[in-house]
Every structure is written in structure tokens, then in C-alpha cells.
Design a protein around this ligand. Structure first.
Ligand code: ZN
Length: 155
């Protein structure tokens, strides 16, 4: 294993062991649930948007280290951000995970998230990494449309 892979693994493990923004938020925060049945990952995202920014969020996860680390990194990356920036980040992250050639988003913007690209070597785990993000997409959709959020299930 290369030094970079070693470092990446360490960062992922740190998020897994010390998840950021873990927990729940009371109403009127929005709650959206997500699941990745293939791996058994489950997640509840609590989100409060104020003045177009992610004012507060918490995530409760049950699942593998990849899904939990991805949730923690996502929480850290979007807290306090404007929704437009959040949407850019979602796009950049999904591009990194799903495109063979990676993303055009800068490493600076991706921060710790960059470490998850090692997961691409294990295609079945990509869904684990994407679960928190797809749940976030549903949450933002619900906020914008003012319609209730649906449960997200990875297929
Ligand atoms: Zn998983």
C-alpha cells in the first residue's frame, strides 16, 4: 500500500471512529431516511436550512465504515454552506465517485472527501459512499419543492 493510500485510510478511519455531527435534531428540522439494502447501511439525516444556508445538521448512521465515514465527511463539508455551494459539492463528489476520469473539482474544495475515491476499486462499496449524498439530495429537493421527503433506497 502506498503512503497516500495509508494516509487516506487513516482519515477515513478517523471519521468512522469520531463521526462529526452525529445525532438528531428536534422538529422543525427536516428528517430524511436512507438505506442501502445491499450492505445493510441505514441513515437518518436531520437538516435545518436558514437563509439559504445549512444552518444545522445531524446524522444518525448504522452501517459499514465507508457509509459512516462518508456521512461524517459530508456533514463537515456542508455545515454553514450556502445551498448553491452544497449543490456544487454534491455534483463534484458524485462525479469523483462515478466517473472513470474523476472530477474537475479541486482537491482543496473536496478536502477529506478526496480520500473516498479509493473506494472506487470496490464497485459494490460506491453505493455505501453515495448513500448520505443521495439522502442529502432528497432533503434539498424536499426543501425546495416544500413536499415531504421520501425514503431513499439505493438500488
Ligand atoms: Zn456499506
Amino acid at each position: 500500500m502506498s503512503a497516500v493510500e495509508d494516509l487516506y485510510r487513516e482519515i477515513i478511519l478517523d471519521h468512522y471512529k469520531n463521526p462529526r455531527y452525529k445525532g438528531e435534531l428536534p422538529l422543525p428540522a427536516l428528517k430524511v431516511e436512507g438505506a442501502n439494502p445491499l450492505c445493510g447501511d441505514q441513515l437518518s439525516l436531520y437538516l435545518e436550512v436558514r437563509e439559504g444556508k445549512i444552518h444545522e445538521l445531524r446524522i444518525r448512521t448504522l452501517g459499514c465504515s465507508i457509509s459512516q465515514a462518508s456521512a461524517s465527511m459530508m456533514a463537515e463539508a456542508i455545515k454553514g454552506k450556502e445551498l448553491k455551494e452544497v449543490e456544487e459539492l454534491i455534483e463534484g463528489f458524485k462525479e469523483m465517485m462515478l466517473n472513470k476520469n474523476g472530477t474537475s473539482m479541486s482537491a482543496e474544495k473536496l478536502g477529506d472527501l478526496e480520500t473516498l475515491q479509493g473506494v472506487k476499486k470496490y464497485p459494490v462499496r460506491i453505493k455505501c459512499a453515495l448513500l448520505p449524498w443521495n439522502t442529502l439530495i432528497e432533503a434539498l429537493k424536499s426543501i425546495k419543492s416544500q413536499k415531504p421527503a421520501e425514503r431513499v433506497v439505493m438500488e
